[in-house]
Design a binder for this molecule. Sequence first.
Ligand code: RIB
Ligand code: NA
Length: 296
Amino acid sequence: MTRVLVVGSINMDLVTTAQRLPQLGETLLGEGFATYPGGKGANQAVAAARLGAQVTLLGCVGNDAFGRELLAHLEAEGVDIRRVATVDGSTGIAAITVSGGDNAIVVVPGANHQLTPSHLDAAEQAFAEADVVLTQLEIPLETVRHAALLAQRHGKPLLLNPAPAVALPEALLQSVALLTPNEHEFLTLLAQPDADWRAQLAERPGKLVMTHGKHGAYFALKRGELRHQPGFEVQAVDSTGAGDTFNGALATFLALGLEEAVRRANAAGALSVTRPGAQGGMPTLAELEAFLESKA
Ligand code: RIB
Ligand code: NA
């Protein structure tokens, strides 16, 4: 059983559904409203836990009703939350509008920005016990850098999902074992303008996977040899959290080799969009295997 340590954000998603996304200055009548557990860190933790990984989450929630609800939910999902701190202030939220499988998101980090390097130091044992460390960019950058340092100290591979896109110091990029941007994040964070993105992707064999929505993912195993692992076709209801599902799955299956891990992560990501909510459609290991068998 893979032991995954997730260092990341925990949000309550406040989701409205509408016929289309509103335009600037427009008031639009929506069709539905619901709250769902979210946050990139928590989503990736739940994705990995459903797929059978042993998951520890380092993060912060606020001392409020959302925080309590999210902790209870994470615990019910089998995520080890003993190192999630409850701090003064509000739990992170994401205001999301979903329309026809697409979405627009505003995140207010709240308590997530109180996840500090010293919090990680206090939980250093969790780095020693992990097989892989997984993090994203909804927590302070200095905390991400510290996670990289602790992962390195304990000889554990760090998987960084650079979402949302925030400029990254070169030293951090160098210490990452595997970077998983989507197309937008790759183009804004890593690509040299005017150069062929395919060629640039293939310059980091084994260290970079670019997700491309329903089209699947790109990566290289050898320098200059770009591979495309196609996505799986499904009926999209809500694409929120598809990337998180991909990342949680990738970390869980990394030991199977990058190609097989990406194939499974694609399948998990596809299944996740078939139900509402970031975590709604995340498959269990049995569901993932049945889906892959049906496609074989
Ligand atoms: O990646 C999806 C997540 O981004 C949502 O759950 C929302 O909380 C935002 O953090
Ligand atoms: Na979903």
